[in-house]
Design a protein around this ligand. Structure first.
Ligand code: SAH
Length: 352
């Protein structure tokens, strides 16, 4: 079976031509796909063509298995299911400037961050570009009459560990034949695969690069993120500077404040020192508690102090607003609930 959302418009035209139908039918099909329609909704196509397509192709890969709407802030969380039984999450967040869609790039994740629920059970498989696009089409349909205006690749999975499909997705979703979402309105979040960042810098895709730093040095970072052993901070920051130079896009550093681990004023000062002179922004995130690992969010006072230290040292910094708390809004939580497994299975001390 061919997944139609995996195809570029040219590939779709060739596919439809091979079935014996003219190119304009492919353009009609693409129009329906972008609207999030499945075969049964493609009203202006001949019945014979639909019947033939149903035999050899899939239109929409992602079924909405669960859909929760936060009564606090209108955030919507979806659990998307695929035909092989796997599922991943997506989140729609409403801001004043538009609707942001948070998408997953892999089923599960193999990066093993101590605080992250997505890493539970490791990586099951990569998502294809068409599966990511299908989720975007379906979510965009749910957002109607509004439109998704921004995308963040911050759901489950490590985008740079699924490099080719993520790049293909970025090219497809930003094209006028698709959702036409400007690359500057797309953020790619990585745990810090320096080699992937260098490669991405050469693609000519000016997406915002978010780097999950979460620590001011390798000692603390290694305790939280196994990836820090393979890609130490110095090299990581150099690859970020390279990205900045090639794309002109400032880097966003994500920093989850974890009580007693990385939230002291000395950590803030060390962080500011390392980022000195770099065009970047720091996003402080209140940790979603991981009691199994003894990891808890920092208190309000610690957060304010950390924020103040960074500001005093002229670092551009904000605290990320928490949305969707009442609907298991954090990474991997909904899927973890669905799998009915504890958040993290082994409970060994990932705590620093
Ligand atoms: N693999 C990518 C993208 C997925 S995670 C990455 O690591 O960036 C999206 C963001 O949520 C990352 O910054 C991640 O570190 C953060 N995150 C994961 N678990 C969290 C938790 N329990 N509390 C707060 N942030 C968390």
């Amino acid at each position: 079976m061919t997944l139609l959302t995996d195809l570029t418009p040219e590939e779709l035209a060739a596919f439809v031509r091979a079935l014996g139908w003219p190119d304009f039918r492919a353009r009609q099909i693409n129009g329906w796909l972008v609207k999030g329609c499945d075969f049964d909704g493609m009203a202006n196509l001949p019945r014979e063509l639909i019947a033939r397509l149903e035999e050899v192709a899939v239109a929409q890969p992602a079924r909405v298995l669960e859909h929760h709407v936060s009564s606090d802030d209108g955030t919507e969380k979806m659990l998307f299911g695929f035909s092989d039984g796997h599922c991943v999450e997506g989140v729609l967040m409403r801001y004043r400037h538009g609707i942001t869609l948070c998408l997953s790039t892999q089923v599960g994740c193999r990066m093993g961050c101590a605080f992250c629920a997505s890493t539970l059970n490791g990586r099951q498989r990569n998502l294809s570009a068409g599966e990511m696009l299908g989720m975007a089409y379906t979510a965009n349909r749910l957002a109607m009459p509004e439109k998704v205006s921004n995308i963040v690749l911050m759901g489950s999975g490590e985008p740079l560990d699924n490099y080719d499909q993520v790049i293909r997705f970025l090219r497809l979703v930003s094209s006028p034949d698709s959702l036409n979402i400007g690359l500057r309105h797309i953020s790619l979040s990585t745990c810090g695969l320096s080699d992937g960042i260098r490669k991405l810098a050469g693609e000519g895709l000016p997406v915002t690069l978010s780097v999950s730093l979460h620590a001011p040095n390798d000692l603390i970072r290694k305790q939280l993120m196994p990836v820090a052993s393979a890609f130490p901070m110095e090299g990581l920051l150099l690859s970020c500077k390279d990205y900045l130079k090639k794309t002109g896009r400032r880097i966003v550093f994500e920093y989850a404040l974890i009580r007693g681990v990385n939230d002291g004023p000395e950590h803030a000062r060390e962080l500011a020192g390392r980022l000195r002179g770099m065009q970047c922004h720091v996003n402080l995130i209140p940790l979603n508690d991981v009691p199994e690992r003894g990891l808890r969010a920092s208190g309000k006072a610690e957060m304010q102090r950390f924020l103040g230290e960074l500001k005093d040292m002229d670092v551009s910094v904000t605290v990320r607003r928490q949305l969707g708390d009442d609907i298991a809004g954090a990474c991997g939580q909904l899927r973890a609930q669905r799998l009915k497994t504890p958040l993290l299975p082994d409970g060994d001390g990932g705590k620093a």
